[in-house]
Design a protein around this ligand. Sequence first.
Ligand code: KG4
Ligand code: ZN
Length: 322
Amino acid sequence: MNVLGIETSCDETAAAVVKDGKHILSNIISSSLQFHKKYGGIIPEIAFRMQLEAITGVVNCAVEDAGITAKEVDLISVTSSPGLMGSLLTGLSFAEALSFSLNTPLVKVNHLYSHIYAGFLEKDIPKFPVIALVVSGGHTSIFYLKSYTSITLMGSTHDDACGEAFDKVAKILGLGYPGGPVIERESKKGNPKSVKFGCSRTKNDLDFSFSGIKTAVLYYLRKKNIAQAPRPGLKADICASFQETVINTLIEKTLLASKRKKVKNFIVAGGVAANGHLREKFIQAAGENNLRCFFPAQRLCTDNAAMVAGFGYRVFKKEKVS
Ligand code: KG4
Ligand code: ZN
């Protein structure tokens, strides 16, 4: 079954064709990121206006790249939530119109569940039940999965999302947008033990809070800048210490969720899961605790439509059309 995935929840306009929920035949991503950079974050109006312009070309390209015709698409899967309203509407309206004109069934899927599914697009996949940590620019959540589509929320962030914290700390340090990749790069030059940061505690121990650590970075930098001229390497040390603290918190909560549910396998997905240091530390922690950790390929951690097509196939098999 050829599934056309359409993803427009944030700044990307993405389309992909995935066969039988497994084989990626094409995966096209067009991003408006360069137009947002100077604002230090995504501007919704810019995002959806660019998506309106890009979507026809991106979908055509995905179908062509897959070596099929539009008539050979058996199912359309589109992200319906969560995300930016105008952006979601662009993808949804396009998908509905396409479904109507081609007389092809349509499923509307959850963006976070699609992020998790990216972990099942690999060769080596976990057996159910599975714990899934989704760490993206808009969300930080831990889920319990009994199957591809039986998904229960165990904890989520009270304030900033994990990726958002990376983005805001990078902005505070004047490192540009998006913050995740630059902080990862800068951290390689710094000492992760040089500054003692901490993530705020939460009432539900599987919830997260990242706004406190972001503010702590801001105050630390202010104090250092006022007290003395910033020494060389200060930014790298702050990045490394911030990154280490955040990763340790993510590991601690994921292990706790696995222990609570007596689950041996977990997936870490979403944009922040592209972080190489995070991947190494998670694998090490899993090994030490007799657990197995799975990740999507790095290019499938950030927003893409292959994960939407893949998850859509599972939803269709289980629940039929939206
Ligand atoms: O999943 P995603 O592409 O979009 C959302 O659904 O939000 O995630 C984007 C987020 C951004 O906040 C970005 O800074 C972060 O993922 N990110 C990273 C890395 N690459 C992207 N964070 C840490 N390290 C990275 N290498
Ligand atoms: Zn995402």
